[in-house]
Design a binder for this molecule. Structure first.
Ligand SMILES: Cc1cc2nc3c(=O)[nH]c(=O)nc-3n(C[C@H](O)[C@H](O)[C@H](O)COP(=O)(O)OP(=O)(O)OC[C@H]3O[C@@H](n4cnc5c(N)ncnc54)[C@H](O)[C@@H]3O)c2cc1C
Length: 437
């Protein structure tokens, strides 16, 4: 039986980051991944309905996602990402487009200038919005907040109108936290706003130029001998306060000095349950769904790369073909916090969103439509609420040679690719430190 220094269970972004960090330091690592692809929730698949490769979700980043950007660099993916300067977001309301984020000026100043020019708010609303943004810039998240935990109520206390909430706050926060603005917690919202607009990080919006799984092709190719795909870790065996070995679904036993659990929290619960380790991990993370609606048109419907929509059912539209530089006329509508659509029939969803899309782009109509596909991700991300916070702050099973990574580990970030990569970095650094002792 081959012995490894470290076995990483899970090939999502947190597992990939941990793998790279350990390998760089001469550690003999094995990655075990349940599915047939690497990338975890950031993946693409061949859609059986249309035969096209599609991403399970849009996966947008901002410049504050420093560790994710580093990972792209480490995996030679710099060229595979579009970087939009100063978060320029065209917002459409009643067929009028107004852009948030200045084309030429970055930082807080650029944001304020674009807000002054923003057509979807009144002058009074803009003044109150800019005032609040400047207050947020200097707010201390640990001490200054706060009495009001609910962010919508907090916005109201800070004189934000319903339309400011809809035409500004909702556009950024709903996709960032995958949650309705009514239930978002103040601390998480302010963390995201401060990191995005007021940190020293580059002010960019990042979009992949290629299908998500393609991003990890090179990593997989180089490390193929140390990656086991289509393999499930079923159980662990413990001896003298350490994991002694792990058991795979094919009955095989594997041994390592250290183990990183880089799976979703629910998988850890399952593995420990199946190992007869009774730790009372009954509380599940509260999750939130994302809906992806994919349309392919015979003829081009727009040249826009992406657009946020505020007065229709549609939240964000991405022009996948323009971003991927192909001529499939593939348009993706991404709906965050999409519980209301989860039980609806796919044909009904198609009908509603094609009609809505047609109001924005008249060429998006039934006659021009070639094919469509709907991707429902029920447990796409977890919510940033106090119940989840308790889970995130606790260690499922505390043993000498077990380490945890995954977006659920508390890194201050919500359920995002950045949180996942940071957690993978932390877990691998903890192992490196323990090996030096
Ligand atoms: C539709 C959608 C859209 C999203 N959009 C964005 C976005 O725009 N921006 C953003 O930052 N984030 C976004 N996210 C969130 C982001 O994808 C995740 O936060 C991140 O990818 C999580 O990475 P991870 O490594 O922590 O976990 P995962 O990606 O879940 O990886 C865990 C891996 O462990 C494997 N595994 C589980 N159990 C076992 C087992 N027993 N044995 C072996 N392997 C196992 C799983 O198969 C999986 O590959 C989105 C997510 C979804 C679903």
């Amino acid at each position: 039986m081959k012995n490894y220094d470290v076995i990483i269970i899970g090939g999502g972004l947190s597992g990939i980051k941990a793998f790279i960090n350990l390998k760089k330091n001469g550690i003999n690592v094995l990655m075990i991944e349940k599915s047939s692809y690497i990338g975890g929730r950031a993946f693409s698949f061949k859609d059986p309905l249309t035969g096209n490769y599609i991403d399970n979700g849009q996966h947008v980043i901002v410049g504050a996602c420093k560790e994710y950007l580093n990972l792209l660099e480490e995996t030679n993916n710099e060229e595979n990402f579009i970087r939009i300067k100063n978060y320029q977001v065209p917002v459409i309301k009643n067929n009028k487009v107004s852009v948030l984020g200045s084309k030429f000026i970055g930082g807080s100043l650029g944001l304020i200038i674009s807000l002054i020019q923003y057509k979807h708010l009144s002058i009074k609303e803009k003044v109150l919005l800019i005032k609040l943004l400047l207050k947020i810039k200097y707010i201390n998240l640990d001490s200054d907040i706060n009495k009001e935990k609910n962010f919508k109520k907090w916005l109201k206390i800070n004189h934000q109108s319903e339309s400011t909430i809809k035409f500004f706050w909702d556009i950024f926060l709903k996709p960032a936290l995958n949650e309705e603005i009514d239930t978002i917690e103040t601390k998480s919202a302010l963390f995201v706003i401060k990191e995005t607009f007021f940190s020293k990080n580059p002010q960019i919006l990042g979009l992949p130029k290629v299908n998500l799984s393609t991003l990890w092709d090179r990593f997989e190719k180089i490390n193929s001998r140390n990656i086991m795909k289509k393999t499930i870790v079923k159980k662990i065996n413990i001896y003298k306060n350490k994991v002694e070995n792990i058991i795979l679904s094919n009955g095989k036993k594997l041994v390592a000095k250290n183990y990183i659990f880089a799976t979703q929290y629910s998988s850890i619960q399952k593995i420990l349950r199946d190992s007869n380790i009774d730790l009372n991990l009954k509380n599940n993370l509260d999750t939130s769904p994302i809906l992806g609606i994919h349309f392919w048109f015979k003829n081009k419907i727009t040249d826009d790369r992406y657009i946020a929509s505020v007065d229709s059912e549609i939240q964000w539209i991405f022009n996948a073909s323009k971003n991927h530089n192909n001529n499939e006329n593939h348009i993706v509508i991404s709906q965050s916090a999409s519980s209301k659509w989860m039980k609806m029939d796919k044909k009904e969803i198609k009908k509603i969103f094609l009609k809505e899309l047609n109001l924005i782009y008249p060429k998006a109509n039934q006659k021009n439509l070639e094919k469509f596909s709907i991707v429902k991700q029920k447990d796409a991300t977890f919510l940033c609420n106090s119940k989840n916070e308790l889970i995130r702050n606790s260690v499922p099973l505390n043993l000498k040679n077990i380490f945890y990574s995954g977006d659920w580990v508390n890194t201050s970030w919500p359920s995002t690719m950045e949180g996942a990569v940071i957690s993978g970095k932390f877990a691998s650094e903890m192992i490196l430190k323990s090996l030096k002792r």
